[in-house]
Ligand binder design. Structure first.
Ligand code: UDP
Ligand code: MG
Length: 334
């Protein structure tokens, strides 16, 4: 029997996990022809997310969990899940039901019947999302499309089901600064897109503040394009030509009129403009340097604190010890 592993990154999702599990139970019951493995990844939650996962793993053998020592971010949670998945097909989806589980049977059907390696989901609209957030994400996708060679499909979610070879390709990219949407595109493989209308979270709050979203966008741009680095060169060339032209203009003017060069204000404005552009370019260099610095340290992408596998082994060990104690002669056991 073929098996699908589903990876669910969770950060403070105590309200959504039970709702998500109930929905998934229905889907798993409908898809009898295939086995399931649900891998919940607790990304250092501060609420009762881990307790929820422990109890699911206790009552349903299809549920497993991994728990991080602190919040490492969704990207790290996805990587951890992918490296622990053992299924023939692997799906990644959010815990808040914004990635509709009803698409899973169609994804599986596509992967098993069509010539493709990945069935991915994209939002057809952004109804119900704050306008400012929609505006910034539109801008981000446009910039990414222009700057990187791969680009990102508009409205693309991380939600997708992949064949094993695609998962192995993702795992071979063990970079520390991860941006999954870019990685999915970069590795290639044939992807079929399924559209769905935007849905609201089933419970709880979004974990992405504006600050986190900006950092995520920068990660995407610096991770998949070196174009901003060329900005320094472009600005340098423009200012070089401009200053030459101004010098000729100023010298020519003073020679013809016989008066010294005036224009303190314009000079200060030019100085300000030039120094701000220099700072901007240094900032861009800094961004790339900091990413390189973190990569060279080769720190682990995540640190595990607990996992269902570990708990299971511990339980078995305790049972074995208890059995051994029972079989010992009474005087030795005491
Ligand atoms: N998430 C995570 N670590 C984080 C932030 C989010 O594992 O640091 C998980 C979160 O629990 C959810 C998914 O990533 O399952 C998407 O997060 P969210 O729904 O908050 O993002 P949005 O849908 O608003 O973009
Ligand atoms: Mg969400």
């Amino acid at each position: 029997m073929e098996r699908i592993s589903i990876i669910i990154p969770c950060y403070n999702e105590q309200e959504t996990i039970p709702i998500y599990y109930e929905e998934m139970k229905k889907i798993m019951a409908d898809m009898k022809e295939v086995g399931f493995e649900l891998i919940f990844v607790d990304d250092g939650s501060g609420d009762h997310t881990l307790e929820q996962m422990r109890s699911l793993a206790e009552k349903d053998a299809r549920c497993r969990y991994l728990s991080f020592s602190r919040n490492f971010g969704k990207e790290a949670a996805l990587y951890a899940g992918l490296s622990h998945a053992s299924g023939d097909y692997v799906a990644v989806m959010d815990a808040d039901l914004q990635d509709p589980p009803e698409l899973l049977p169609r994804m599986y059907e596509l992967l098993s019947t069509e010539e493709c390696d990945c069935a991915a989901a994209r939002r057809a609209d952004r109804d119900g999302e704050p306008l400012l957030r929609s505006f910034f994400s539109d801008c981000f996708y446009k910039v990414m499309g222009k700057l990187s060679r791969t680009g990102i499909v508009k409205g693309a979610r991380d939600y997708r089901m992949m064949k094993r070879k695609m998962v192995d390709a993702i795992l071979s990219m063990s970079e520390y600064n991860r941006f999954s949407k870019g990685i999915f595109q970069w590795i290639g493989f044939r992807t079929i897109w399924l559209e769905f209308p935007n849905t609201k979270r089933c419970a709880g709050e979004t974990k992405w503040s504006m600050k986190k979203l900006i950092a995520y966008s920068l990660e995407g741009i610096t991770g998949f394009s070196a174009a901003p680095l060329s900005l320094a060169f472009v600005f340098g060339a423009i200012f070089c030509c401009l200053s030459l032209f101004l010098r000729v203009l100023a010298l020519g003017g003073s020679l013809f009129s016989g008066k010294p060069v005036t224009g303190w204000t314009s000079l200060v404005c030019i100085l300000f403009l030039q120094s701000s552009v220099q700072l901007l370019c240094t900032g861009i260099l800094g961004q790339y340097l900091s990413k390189t610095y973190l990569e060279t340290k080769r720190r682990p992408i995540y640190i595990l604190k607990e996992s269902s596998q570990e708990k299971k082994l511990e339980k078995q060990r305790l049972l074995c010890t208890a059995k051994q104690v029972k079989t010992l002669p009474n005087n030795m056991a005491g």
